[in-house]
Design a protein around this ligand. Structure first.
Ligand code: 5GP
Ligand code: MN
Length: 326
């Protein structure tokens, strides 16, 4: 881990960005770092430039200051990319490339960082935990705590997924000490859905299909259906997790159509399938139990291609794991 203030020493202009289609961890990490740097370096201009995050995160300090239209900017002395590498930051990529010093903080499975300075740890459940380490406990305040707590609950499924460690819980304990109103924060950003989001989820669940002896499940939503329910990609969050909750399922696939013969694919799995590897095969990535990619072809083409890789992994991993069938 590097020293945050040391790396920003003398910087007049600091920029921060995160991945496209920002999720709770991405928004929390970006705003947590932003709030801290503004406080710690009052002389510096600190800017957040990223794709517009969902309005459910509007309660976070600094949310209204996020610049979402990628205007022309003076070059940055330091530019941070959080929760991804430089390849998934959309319009912010040029700021990153042109910055004097580039810093990359991420917890996704990747072989190398995009920055001149990197803090990568795929063993840690959320980028917010990495930002927490960088800031240091003694510098937390209520607004920073809300941002970091939001990211931690989103990427650990409210301290449920296997990426939750004793250290995650210790951080969570410390953060709720800042009177952040955590029950409401969890309910309103993690569990709550609009009526239409719930309806389209219901439909996706109803139309799901099991295959590979009931170990795999897939559901897809096309553009027409999304238009009918008046929903966008962000409204489909949570469907894949719901599919994964079904008894006997080792790998769940949810796909939504992005174009003619093009789908965005979300994958969730048990320890029997490494979906980061599966997604990686199709140019995507993520974590062992949660990953994604974009695929071209018909629904059936995509499922057939994914199925091949999943089946191979099931065959290999089944033998190696406790309770395996071979
Ligand atoms: P989700 O299914 O929730 O969109 O994403 C699950 C995980 O996979 C997240 O950590 C996300 O960053 C990663 N992920 C999703 N889609 C892609 C993709 O197209 N490329 C890469 N590299 N990672 C992805
Ligand atoms: Mn994350």
């Amino acid at each position: 881990m590097f020293n945050l203030l040391e790396e920003c020493k003398g910087a007049g202009r600091i920029g921060i960005s995160g991945h496209i289609r920002p999720d709770g961890d991405c928004v929390g990490a970006v705003l947590g770092l932003y709030l801290y740097l503004k406080k710690a370096l009052p002389q510096a201009v600190v800017r957040v430039l990223m794709e517009k995050p969902p309005e459910t995160f509007a309660y976070l300090g600094g949310f209204d200051e996020i610049v979402t239209d990628f205007p022309e900017e003076q070059p940055f002395d330091v530019f941070f990319v959080l929760d991804t590498g430089a390849d998934r930051i959309g319009g912010a990529e040029s700021y990153f490339r042109e910055a004097e010093k580039r810093i990359n903080v991420d917890h996704h499975l990747r072989t190398e960082g995009s920055g001149d300075v990197n803090y990568l740890d795929p063993a840690v459940g959320s980028t917010c935990e990495l930002v927490y380490n960088l800031i240091g406990e003694e510098h937390l305040d209520r607004d920073i705590a809300m941002a970091l707590y939001t990211g931690i609950i989103h990427d650990t499924g409210v301290f449920q997924y296997s990426n939750t460690t004793p250290e995650t819980m210790r951080k969570g304990a410390r953060l709720i000490g800042y009177d952040i109103g955590f029950p409401r924060l969890i309910q309103e950003t993690f569990y709550q859905k609009t009526y239409l989001q719930t309806q389209i989820m219901g439909r996706a669940l109803m139309e799901s299909i099991r295959f590979l002896d009931g170990k795999c499940i897939v559901s897809a939503v096309d553009k027409k259906t999304m238009a009918f329910y008046n929903v966008g990609p962000k409204d489909l969050d949570g469907i894949v997790n719901q599919l994964k909750n079904i008894e006997g399922i080792e790998c769940a696939i949810f796909m939504y159509q992005t174009d003619v013969l093009e789908y965005k694919v979300s994958l969730r799995s048990t320890e029997r399938v490494n979906v980061a590897q599966v997604a990686g095969f199709f140019g995507g990535g993520g974590h062992a139990r949660a990953a994604g990619c974009t695929m071209r072809g018909t629904f059936h083409d995509c499922v057939n291609n994914l199925s091949l890789h999943i089946e191979r992994q099931l065959a290999t991993n089944d033998a190696a794991l406790p309770g395996g069938t071979k």
